[in-house]
Design a protein. Structure first.
Length: 492
């Protein structure tokens, strides 16, 4: 996976800095609470929401178990419809393929539909190095690009910006990228949207090459699907002469009927709409309608490694709705940039360490960027048990062990900084498997409880600094049970 956020500190340091930014916290609190409330109302309208959720989970799991078969079927279907399929093992290969395809057209500019996959592989930067300028056309992505910023939310990449900041960015930067912002631009949503519309319209009409991702790919027909709310995607998908779509291999569904489930759950979970205003579907090429050339780049970039983990693979069910971000108390306070990845929030905490591995300091810290409250699981439209995967990854970071990287089985070394935790867990395991030792320790703790400190020393200070130590009872439970029950039963 591309190191788009190279140089960022581990999550604890980044989050500590973020929570000091009162403007950022205010922006995040307002936005996430608003989206969360709207989503709850939209979901409540469906009596069969839980059945749809379970259906989506089963479809995704069935697809992942037979992913090789469905990918081959997809390639055959796309090729039969007039498209060309390319396979990319990693970010570098995907970027090389796309750059070569653009160069073959003779163009030096492309327009882009909002795409997490292209953000993941840092496609814009790769194209820039080849003399090709990519223009983001999603409103939020445009704000991020003009502000030389990074996305901080899956659905709303500029969620950390308020209207005043956006107006300043448009006024200062639009002229450097094309049509300048109108004179006297205000920070009202209508004026900001109109400024973006005027700025982008000339890009749409001039561009010969469009680049997109896809929300879904249908194996049986070779159809790709993009859902969006602004119409910029429809413009990018239909006006250029050449369309290049970079899509993760997990975005596939077997049949057209399977798609029905996700077209109900995705809009309600993401934008709190009954259906997306724009649902664009295309199958290969058609004479006289849409692009004359279509290329599909199927991206692995760590996905087959993730598939090898029986617990972690459920993260590949993700349909990128971002509902987990909007309910996460950690994301609400720290923001998306602290995760050091284009995938922030709870899903990023389980997806990024699997796609990139846990070798770096930031990736090793992400599984701990959670309170394990479970709110993310409750709202996930495909029932990803994110807390379960987080615990699995924490074990991998602390203990090391077997994993699959780049298709090869490897033995991971424990991450640095967890020696005390490993020692404590081993001591606990030793005591808990020896009833006599445990009983003696409990009695000793009860008899000395008045001498116990209120905070832990050393590394434990970080834990007790924000929590009260639980008081030790005057009598161990085993002794109380034996005393009150008259010694009946096994008191050991």
């Amino acid at each position: 996976m591309s190191g788009t956020f190279v140089g960022m500190p581990a999550f604890p340091a980044a989050a500590r800095e973020a929570v000091r930014d009162t403007t950022l916290r205010g922006n995040l609190r307002h936005a996430t609470h608003t989206i969360r409330a709207k989503r709850a109302r939209a979901v409540a309208e469906l009596e069969d929401w839980e059945r749809l959720r379970q259906a989506g989970m089963r479809i995704k799991d069935r697809t992942l178990r037979r992913l090789d078969r469905y990918l081959v079927q997809l390639e055959e279907s796309v090729t039969a419809a007039g498209g060309t399929v390319h396979w990319a093992a990693d970010a570098d290969e995907a970027n090389r393929i796309v750059a070569e395809l653009v160069k073959a057209t003779g163009e030096t500019e492309v327009v882009k539909v909002k795409s997490m996959a292209t953000q993941e592989i840092a496609l814009n930067e790769a194209l820039e190095a080849q003399g090709i300028r990519a223009y983001e056309t999603d409103l939020a992505e445009l704000i991020v690009q003009l502000g030389e910023d990074r996305p901080s939310h899956i659905l709303v990449p500029a969620i950390h910006r308020n209207r005043g900041e956006i107006r300043e960015i448009f006024t200062r930067e639009m002229g450097e990228w094309g049509r300048p912002a109108p004179e006297g631009l205000t920070d009202t949503p209508a004026d900001l949207a109109e400024a973006a519309r005027l700025h982008l319209r000339e890009k749409f009409l001039r561009a010969k090459v469009g680049i997109s991702g896809a929300n879904f790919m249908v194996a049986e027909t070779g159809t790709l699907v993009v859902v969006e709310s602004e119409g910029n995607g429809r413009m990018c998908l239909t006006l250029p002469e050449t369309l290049i779509s970079v899509v993760g291999i997990e975005k596939i569904v077997p049949t057209w009927q399977d798609l029905e489930v996700f077209l109900q759950t995705l809009p309600r979970s993401s934008t709190a709409e009954r259906m997306n205003p724009y649902t664009s579907m295309w199958t290969g090429t058609t004479d006289g309608d849409g692009p004359r050339a279509f290329h599909l780049v199927l991206l692995d970039n760590g996905r087959t490694d993730t598939l090898a983990d029986e617990v972690g693979r459920q993260a590949l069910r993700c349909i990128r709705c971002s509902a987990c971000l909007n309910v996460c108390p950690v994301y609400e306070r720290a923001g998306g940039h602290a995760y050091g990845s284009v995938y922030p929030g709870p899903i990023g905490a389980v997806l990024s360490p699997q796609l990139r591995g846990t070798g770096s300091e930031i990736d090793a810290s992400l599984p701990f960027a959670s309170s394990l409250c479970g709110a993310c699981y409750e709202v996930c439209p495909v029932a990803i048990d994110i807390p379960e995967v987080l615990v699995r990854l924490r074990e991998r970071v602390v203990e090391g062990g077997g994993a699959v990287r780049e298709g090869n089985k490897v033995l991971l070394r424990p991450a640095k900084g967890h020696a005390a935790e490993r020692a404590a867990m081993r001591a606990a395991r030793w005591a808990l498997t020896r009833p006599g030792v445990l009983r003696t320790g409990q009695r000793l703790a009860s008899r000395t409880r008045r001498l116990h400190p209120r905070t832990l020393p050393g590394p434990g200070r970080a834990w007790s600094g924000t929590r009260d130590l639980p008081p030790v009872p005057a009598e161990p439970f085993r002794d109380w049970w034996q005393r009150t029950r008259g010694g009946r039963g096994d008191a050991s």
